[in-house]
Design a protein around this ligand. Sequence first.
Ligand code: ADP
Ligand code: MG
Length: 256
Amino acid sequence: MAKIFCVANQKGGVGKTTTAVNLAAGLAQLDQRVLLVDLDPQGNATMGAGINKSELETSVYEVLLGMSDVKTACKTSESGKFDILPANRELAGAEVEMVELDHRETRLKQAIAEVSADYDFVLIDCPPALSMLTLNGLCAAHGVIIPMQCEYYALEGLSDLVNTIKKVHAKLNTDLKIIGLLRVMFDPRMTLSQQVSAQLEQHFGDKVFKTIIPRNVRLAEAPSYGMPGVVFDPSSKGAQAYIAFGAEMVERIHSM
Ligand code: ADP
Ligand code: MG
């Protein structure tokens, strides 16, 4: 059965999608079977996997509303190495439409359960809000990966996310854990980055992943070619870091 992880942080632009897409590609390179779920109406993970979001016949929207199953709606990423359950703007409507449905927090969980045996990892790219969509992600997952930048305001907002995760754990999903904080867009030349990074290690101990993702322009360029950075330029520092992070995740799930 697949291990299921949400990439979540209610802030936008902190590297969630870059992490989800490149971890998917990194794990695929390590021969893991991966399904990437795009749970953000912006559809950035979909585009980053090389799928045109404006040409989707079925997407995660239909899956959440019970009009399609995951197998029908999912596609093979352009690189051919992992599967993606895509999203586009239509998904924004699901938020409202799900209000009337039973078990609205666990619809994604139920849908993924049907394909869980086909994958080693399911990665869920969450939108930048603690919304019903993110709640569906958290209810479906065994753990949360929280990408963060090592800057002055990094910890602000983290407590809201941690409290949400605690509530979901208590009321809806006792499996849910914080797997770890991932330092992303890291610039080792900045003293502040070093300081915040050290503070994170002090406060959160082994909840901070060993792998650090550097700021690397190849990771930022890759989506415009419809590829994860790991596929676009495998030898770049950013790609290498995400492959190392994949290996760290494989190690972690063996001890889960
Ligand atoms: P989120 O999904 O949290 O909104 P994104 O993954 O889309 O964040 O990242 C925000 C922006 O930062 C994007 O333009 C992305 O290309 C860029 N970016 C993310 N990680 C890196 C990195 N390690 N190095 C350079 N640019 C990055
Ligand atoms: Mg995103």
